[in-house]
Design a binder for this molecule. Sequence first.
Ligand code: ZN
Length: 208
Amino acid sequence: MGESTERSEPADRQAFERIEAQIEERDNWARRRRKGIPTDKQLLVVACMDERIPVEEALGLSLGDAHIFRNAGGKVTSDVIRSAALSTNFFDTTEIIVINHTDCGMMSAPDDAVVEGLEATAGGDLQDVDLHPALSNLDIGDASIADWVWMTDDVDEACHAQVDYLRDHPLVPDEVTVHGYIYEVESDALRRPGERVAEQINTRVSEQ
Ligand code: ZN
């Protein structure tokens, strides 16, 4: 009764062909890395771990569309570089989007308070703490633990900086496009860094 008129596949496709297609589709999903199939949108998203950011919904992503890396602040740490290098060089990712956000927890405390809290947990100086479980020689050199924790002063500036870090990094190919956006928890909207949708204060200094 006209029910099949919207189907794109020919009605006379043989049963074994449909089954073969299903098997192929399943295999392409299950073994896509080994088969060299990229994410559906050839996209890597770097975002803050904050529970209020609906990353997939905000970007219109479905399962299979993108690699997604979330950490405290949505900062380009060494492991983001590592992940971006692998994603772009070996899994055909051609685009990176960084999502930072307003009211980020990384703006919610002074450096000293964060360092003191971590020192209390470690029971002493953090310079002797392994920062990588398998690479005990990997350290932060002359940098401070506060540098390593990397609190945020201003999300808009931070977003610009993360984009630049990825664009300029020698392990990320030049042809990869990198863009950054701010997710406003107040308005549930994405915006470009430096532009505001909601009227609110989003700098660390102003909040103190
Ligand atoms: Zn955050």
